[in-house]
Design a protein around this ligand. Sequence first.
Ligand SMILES: Nc1ncnc2c1ncn2[C@@H]1O[C@H](COP(=O)(O)OP(=O)(O)OP(=O)(O)O)[C@@H](O)[C@H]1O
Ligand SMILES: [Mg+2]
Length: 263
Amino acid sequence: MEAVKAENLTVTYRGYVAISDVTFSLEEGTTLLLLGPNGAGKTTLLKTIAGIHSEYAGRVLVFGKEPWRARENISYVPQSHTLNESVPLTALEVVAMGALYRSGFLHRKIPEEIEEKGTRALKFVGLPGIQDKLFRNLSGGQKQRVLLARALISEPKLLLLDEPLSALDPSARAEVTGVLRKIKKRRGLTMIITTHDINPLLEIGDRVMLINRRMVAFGRPDEALKDEIIKAVYGPMARAIKVEDKLYCITGDFHVFKRGGGR
Ligand SMILES: Nc1ncnc2c1ncn2[C@@H]1O[C@H](COP(=O)(O)OP(=O)(O)OP(=O)(O)O)[C@@H](O)[C@H]1O
Ligand SMILES: [Mg+2]
């Protein structure tokens, strides 16, 4: 079955066209890497698929339904997390929120069943024993992994991750990449991951989409990441190179790549 299907999808903000005429479909169980320069519409596309933004023309279906009707099957981890860190939540409380939101109310005390699930989810992301630590005191990589645990606790069929590696140092990036690899292996779910830093994620991407308001390429990594396509999106200095059968994209030196930048 198709997890996501878009036909002539044009997404606007009060008439301003952020994404124009995008058509693609994504099979259930596959991982899509969504690439493009700043302002290309990556976050907009994720929000539209998540059912959070619905000013669009054309069609988009998630598991055959309009996105907002498929919400219980979707988890979305925003670009820069919007947790209010002045509230002293523990790691476990943050994870539990992923399950409690769904039931439509917040308990003062976390139900035992959710506590167990949360503890298991934290173990899964490689953070056993961190339950009672304050979220705001964790490192960037730990925070991102807690947010992944929170996204997984509701057992979504579609996981949408906006720049999960941005603003992380190389070792934290490796930790998070390891968890993403594990998620892909252990749960047969569909993922869409936006990233500026494609190289560490290339091996988990079954499909790659390049957008720059319009869809420039969509396909298997080796099909989509051709030198001329990379140049069309990122400018003449960018290139795709192959080293010992591994594909790398060099796009990093452009100002459009301000790391961690976002709205
Ligand atoms: N809430 C909004 N209201 C109006 N315009 C918006 C809004 N959000 C985004 N846009 C505009 O839509 C376009 C696409 O933005 P979007 O955030 O989707 O890009 P992006 O590819 O995620 O960029 P980045 O790499 O910086 O995260 C941009 O021109 C942006 O200014
Ligand atoms: Mg974005």
